[in-house]
Design a protein around this ligand. Structure first.
Ligand code: DX5
Ligand code: ZN
Length: 211
């Protein structure tokens, strides 16, 4: 089980949080970017994120909650992230998935709680990852939506049926208890406040890994 840690909601500032994640046993730094259009929240200019992430010593797992990701993809590609994930709910998702792949970066599709999982089945062969949102995107610190479990089961069945190898990640409200519920169905746990609102990142990450 891999763990990606989001620095969206933390006890300390972004720079310090990123350093602490980089120094931890996490597998990835999960980068949440929002534009105030796709979601109400806005995480500010991409340049600010680039400058605080440029020296990060841990693979980056990028989650774009933005309506028009093209320019952000171009800019964040300079950091050589492992994966860039965009949302199924945006108009040009298919073109942008192809674009991410041309940059030699793994491409993922995220799906909101209210979007039927079946709507992504035709695109699964093109994907390196599917990120299932277990909260409504926008803020850290929300509660896990239990109906997500059924979605994960359906997605796993379809992955087997199509004999595909994409990774499945889960994002939102992940703590030691919700982690144990989703573990059989996912490859990557994305967790924010459970780790970054604590004093001991490695202790929390170990609890996620062992849950
Ligand atoms: C929500 C973000 C998540 C969030 C996770 O819009 O995509 O990555 O930061 O934070 P927690 O774990 O606090 O729900
Ligand atoms: Zn996220």
């Amino acid at each position: 089980m891999e763990i990606a840690v989001s620095y969206l909601k933390s006890q300390v500032n972004k720079e310090t949080t990123i350093k602490k994640i980089a120094a931890s046993i996490a597998d990835y730094i999960h980068v949440d970017l929002m534009d105030g259009l796709f979601v109400l929240e806005n995480t500010g200019s991409i340049e600010d994120h680039l400058s605080i992430l440029k020296n990060a010593t841990k693979p980056l797992h990028v989650h774009l909650m933005v309506e028009n990701p093209h320019d952000i993809i171009t800019k964040i590609a300079s950091l050589k992230p492992t994966t860039i994930i965009i949302h199924k709910e945006i108009p040009n998702f298919l073109e942008e998935i192809s674009y991410i792949k041309t940059l030699n970066i793994k491409a993922g599709l995220a799906i909101n709680p209210e979007t039927n999982i079946e709507t992504i089945f035709p695109y699964l062969p093109k994907l390196d990852e599917v990120l299932v949102m277990s909260v409504h995107p926008g803020r850290g610190g929300q509660s896990f939506l239990p109906e997500t479990i059924a979605k994960l089961k359906t997605l796993n069945k379809q992955k087997k049926a199509q004999n595909l190898a994409f990774k499945i990640s889960i994002d939102g409200g992940i703590n030691n208890e919700t982690a144990s519920l989703v573990k059989p169905y996912v490859n990557i746990l994305i967790s924010g406040s459970y780790v970054c609102m604590s004093d001991d990142y490695n202790k929390q990450i170990a609890k996620l890994k062992n849950s």
